[in-house]
Design a protein around this ligand. Structure first.
Ligand code: AMP
Ligand code: MG
Length: 428
C-alpha cells in the first residue's frame, strides 16, 4: 500500500478531472496473474496470458496465389511473347513430384504448392491457351509474381499473437492455422456486484409508493458480461451500515473487484464512508464531469488480512442515477477492469462527428451526452442528442448508439461543429 502514499488515492476527497481520475486508477492497479488453459473454441474474448509463438512457417510452402500456369520466371521473354508447353495440372493439397523443365509450365490451382524450380504464376486471364501451348504477352507478368512465399504470413518461432491480447474471431482462426488447439489465458476477473438503496425493489416485488426497480444491476451485469468478467451478483443492499459492511465482506472474500451503485452521494456518504474507512483506503472523488459525480475508488482488505499482504479487492462505487452509473462505468471502470484482467490497454476509437445542434458547455468539466450517430447526406458522420439528457433518464442511454464526449477544456459547440464521439460498438 505504500506506493499509494503519493497517489491521488491518499488525498481523500479531491476534485479531479476525468483524465486525472483515469490516470490515478490505472496507476494503482496491477493485473491478476493466474491463468488457465482453455480449448480454442472457448477462448473468444479471453485475455491471452503469454505470446503464442508460431511452431511452423505459414504458409508452410511456397504456393500459388492464383489459378493459372506456373513456370520459371527466367523463361519470360522481355521483348516478345513467351510460349510455354503445359505438361500437367496441379491441384491444392497434391504435391508435384517430377521436375518441370525450362520452357514448360503446369496448370496450377490457388494454394497448390509451387513445384521445385518454378517461381512465377501467370493468371489464366492473362494468357492465351491453344491445346498444350500457353502464350504470355510481354510485360503482363514479372518473375516471382503470384507466388506466396513460405513463412510470408508467420515465421516459425516468432510470436503470432502477443500476450495481453483480447482474443477476437480472426485470432482464433490464426491460432488454428498454426495447428494449436488450446491457449493459455488469464482466469476471468471476478467482480462482485450489488446495488444500494432502501427505495430499490427487485424484479418480481410490487412497486410501492416512492420505490423504483433496481435497474443498475442489470445494466452493469450486461456491461460486465460484455467484458468477459465473472460476475458474483450480491443483489440489493439496504442503506444500513451493518448490511453494507456484511455484504462488502462477502464480496471481498471472493472477488477481485466490487462494483456498487448508489450510496455515495452527499446524503448517503457519511455512513458509507465510515464503513469503507474501516475496510480500506477508499477515496471519494468529486470528478469534474456530468453526469457522474460522486464516485469512490480504492482498495479494500479482507477482514482477516492485514492490508498489503494479498492483492487488494478494488472498489468502484458508482453513483446511483442510472445514466451516471453507466457513464462512470465506461469512463473509469471499463478500462480498469480490462487492465486488472491482464489485457493490454487499447485506446478507445474516438470518432469525430458534426453535431446537428448547438450545445451549451462550460469549460472545466467533461460532459457525456447521449447521441445517435448516423451517416449524413454528404457521407460524413453526424450526431444528434437523444431526448432528455437527465442523469436518471435511462431511455436516453438506451436509444443512443454513442456518447458525445465534450472534453474538460472545451466550451460550447456551435451547430455543425465537430465533437468527439465514443461509439457504443466496441465500447459496450
Ligand atoms: P444515490 O446515488 O444512491 O443517491 O441515488 C441517486 C438516484 O439514483 C436515486 O434517485 C436513486 O433512486 C437512483 N438509483 C440508485 N440506485 C439505483 C438502481 N440500482 N437502479 C435504479 N435507480 C437507482
Ligand atoms: Mg441511494
Amino acid at each position: 500500500m505504500t506506493e499509494l502514499a503519493e497517489s491521488p488515492l491518499a488525498a481523500g476527497d479531491r476534485n479531479l478531472s476525468v483524465d486525472e481520475a483515469r490516470a490515478a486508477i490505472a496507476a494503482a492497479l496491477r493485473p491478476i496473474t493466474d491463468s488457465e488453459t482453455v480449448a480454442l473454441a472457448q477462448a473468444l474474448g479471453r485475455v491471452l496470458a503469454a505470446d503464442v509463438n508460431s511452431p511452423i512457417d505459414v504458409p508452410a510452402h511456397d504456393n500459388s496465389a492464383m489459378d493459372g500456369y506456373a513456370f520459371r520466371g527466367s523463361d519470360l521473354q522481355p521483348a516478345g511473347p513467351t510460349t510455354l508447353h503445359a505438361v500437367g495440372t496441379l491441384f491444392a493439397g497434391a504435391p508435384w513430384a517430377s521436375i518441370v523443365g525450362p520452357g514448360q509450365c503446369l496448370r496450377i490451382m490457388t494454394g497448390a504448392v509451387m513445384p521445385a524450380g518454378l517461381d512465377t504464376v501467370v493468371p489464366l486471364e492473362l494468357c492465351r491457351v491453344e491445346g498444350n501451348t500457353v502464350h504470355v504477352e510481354a510485360g503482363v507478368i514479372r518473375p516471382g509474381d503470384n507466388r506466396r512465399r513460405r513463412g510470408e504470413d508467420l515465421t516459425a518461432g516468432r510470436p503470432a499473437l502477443q500476450g495481453g491480447r483480447v482474443l477476437k474471431p480472426s485470432d482464433l482462426g490464426l491460432v488454428a492455422s498454426l495447428g494449436i488447439a488450446e491457449v493459455t489465458v488469464r482466469r476471468r476477473l471476478r467482480v462482485a456486484l450489488f446495488s444500494t438503496g432502501d427505495e430499490l425493489r427487485t424484479l418480481g416485488q410490487p412497486l410501492d409508493a416512492g420505490s423504483v426497480y433496481d435497474s443498475n444491476r442489470y445494466s452493469l451485469l450486461g456491461a460486465l458480461q460484455r467484458l468477459g468478467m465473472e460476475v458474483i451478483d450480491l443483489g440489493l443492499v439496504r442503506d444500513d451500515p451493518a448490511a453494507l459492511k456484511a455484504t462488502l465482506e462477502t464480496a471481498v472474500a471472493q472477488a477481485d473487484v466490487v462494483l456498487t451503485s448508489g450510496g455515495v452521494s452527499m446524503g448517503d456518504a457519511d455512513h458509507t464512508r465510515a464503513v469503507l474507512a474501516s475496510m480500506g483506503e477508499v477515496a471519494f472523488w468529486k470528478v469534474a464531469m456530468r453526469p457522474g459525480r460522486p464516485f469512490a475508488f480504492g482498495p479494500l482488505a479482507a477482514a482477516n488480512e492485514p492490508a498489503g499482504v494479498a492483492p487488494p479487492c478494488w472498489l468502484f462505487a458508482l453513483p446511483g442515477n442510472p445514466v451516471a452509473a453507466l457513464v462512470t462505468f465506461y469512463a473509469f471502470a471499463r478500462e480498469a477492469l480490462l487492465l486488472l484482467a491482464g489485457a493490454t490497454p487499447q485506446p478507445l476509437p474516438v470518432l469525430q462527428a458534426r453535431c446537428t445542434t448547438a450545445l451549451r458547455k462550460r469549460p472545466g468539466r467533461t460532459e457525456f451526452q447521449r447521441g445517435i450517430v448516423e451517416r449524413a447526406a454528404d457521407d460524413g458522420w453526424q450526431v444528434r442528442l437523444t431526448g432528455s439528457q437527465g442523469a436518471g433518464v435511462l431511455r436516453s442511454m438506451s436509444e443512443a448508439n454513442a456518447l458525445v464526449v465534450l472534453g474538460h477544456a472545451q466550451g460550447s459547440v456551435t451547430e455543425g461543429g465537430l465533437v468527439d464521439v465514443w461509439l457504443f460498438d466496441g465500447l459496450v
